[in-house]
Design a protein around this ligand. Structure first.
Ligand code: FAD
Length: 291
C-alpha cells in the first residue's frame, strides 16, 4: 500500500526545521530514517499532511564524550550502525553497543537513527530500554526553548513520549560510570532481527570486595513502556550475587510485571521470560564487573 499524499520539506538547519514544524503544528511530522514511520504511513495508520525530513541536519549527527561532565552525547540523527561501530561508545558504554546489535537487521540499522527509535518508543525496542537502564536523558528543542527530560519521565505509554508536535529530539545523553562495572543486554525474539518478546538489561558496579555498589535493572516487552525494577537496587546494593539473592529478585520481577497476552506470546510466557532473562542478565553483568 502507498501512503496518502503529503507535502515534503527538507530543511538544512535545525532552526529551519523547527520553524517548519511550528508552522505545520498538528499536521507536521518529522521523518528521520523512516524505518518505522514509512511502514506506518503505508499501512495508513498515520497520515501526516506535512513531512519534515531532517536528514539534511548534519549538525545532529555526532558522537561526543564530554569528559568534564562524564557524559556521552549522541546527536539524534546519528545512524544506529554508526553508534554500533563506535569505539568511543563501546569503551564508555558497552551496554548501548550490545543493545543496538540486536535491533532488526543491518539494513534497518544503517538507516534507522538513534532519535527515531527513542521517539517511536515501541515497548519491545532495544534503545528505549538501554536508555532507561543507563539512566540517560534526552534533549528536546522547540522554536522557543531547549529542555532535558530523564528517560524515566520521557516514556509515557505505548508509542507515546513526552514530546510535542512542535518539538524535535536533538540529543541523547548518557552518564559515563567509572570503576569496576559490568553490563548485560539479553533478549528473546521469535526470529533473529525481530522485536524482542521480552528483553532484560542491567548495568552495575562492584566494590573491591565484589559487593554490588550500584545497579539498574530494566525490562522491555512486559508493559507499555520499559520497566525499571526498583527492588533490584533495594535488594542488591552491598551484597554479592548469590542464588538466594537471584531468587529474591526473580520473585520481585514476577510481582512487578503485568504483561498482556498478544499475537506473539501469552502473558504467562512473557512473565516466564522476564524471570529467566533477569537471572541471565544479572549473572552476566556481575561476572563482567568482577573481572
Ligand atoms: C525490518 C525491520 C525490523 C526492525 N526491527 C527492530 C527491532 O528489532 N528493534 C527495534 O527497536 N526496532 C526495530 N525496527 C524499527 C526501527 O529500528 C526503528 O523504530 C527506527 O529505526 C526508528 O528510527 P528512524 O530514524 O527510522 O525513525 P522514523 O521511522 O523516521 O521515525 C519514527 C518516529 O519518530 C519520530 N521522529 C524521528 N526522529 C525524530 C526526532 N529527532 N525528533 C522528534 N521526532 C522524531 C517520527 O516523527 C516518527 O514518529 C525495525 C524496523 C524494520 C523495518
Amino acid at each position: 500500500m502507498k501512503p496518502p499524499k503529503f507535502d515534503y520539506y527538507k530543511p538544512t538547519t535545525l532552526k529551519e526545521a523547527l520553524n517548519l514544524l511550528e508552522e505545520a503544528g498538528e499536521d507536521g511530522k518529522i521523518i528521520a530514517g523512516g524505518q518505522s514511520l514509512v511502514p506506518i504511513m503505508n499501512m495508513r495508520l498515520a497520515s501526516p499532511k506535512c513531512l519534515i525530513d531532517i536528514n539534511g541536519l548534519t549538525e545532529l549527527d555526532y558522537i561526543k564524550n564530554d569528559e568534564n561532565q562524564n557524559l556521552l552525547q549522541i546527536g539524534t540523527l546519528t545512524r544506529q550502525s554508526k553508534v554500533e561501530e563506535s569505539e568511543m561508545v563501546a569503551n564508555t558504554c558497552g551496554l548501548l553497543t550490545e543493545a543496538i546489535t540486536q535491533i532488526g537487521h543491518v539494513q534497518t540499522r544503517n538507516r534507522g537513527t538513534i532519535g527515531g527509535s527513542i521517539v517511536h518508543a515501541d515497548p519491545s525496542a532495544e534503545l528505549p530500554l538501554a536508555l532507561l537502564t543507563l539512566n540517560g536523558s534526552v534533549q528536546i528543542a522547540s522554536k522557543d526553548e531547549v529542555r532535558n527530560v530523564g528517560a524515566e519521565d520521557f516514556f509515557v505509554t505505548y508509542l507515546t513520549t513526552d514530546i510535542m508536535p512542535t518539538e524535535i529530539l536533538t540529543e541523547i545523553n548518557i552518564p559515563i560510570i567509572g570503576g569496576r562495572r559490568g553490563y548485560s543486554f539479553q533478549e528473546i525474539a521469535r526470529r533473529h532481527g525481530d522485536f524482542a518478546l521480552v528483553a532484560a538489561s542491567c548495568y552495575m558496579t562492584v566494590d573491591d570486595h565484589d559487593k554490588i555498589s550500584s545497579i539498574r535493572l530494566a525490562l522491555g516487552g512486559v508493559e507499555a513502556i520499559p520497566l525499571l525494577i526498583e527492588d533490584a537496587e533495594d535488594f542488591m546494593i552491598g551484597e554479592t550475587l548469590s542464588d538466594s539473592l537471584l531468587g529474591k529478585i526473580v520473585e520481585s520481577v514476577e510481582l512487578a510485571v503485568e504483561p498482556e497476552s498478544d499475537l506473539h506470546a501469552s502473558a504467562e510466557y512473557r512473565t516466564h521470560l522476564a524471570k529467566v532473562l533477569t537471572k541471565r542478565t544479572l549473572t552476566q553483568a556481575y561476572e563482567r564487573a568482577r573481572r
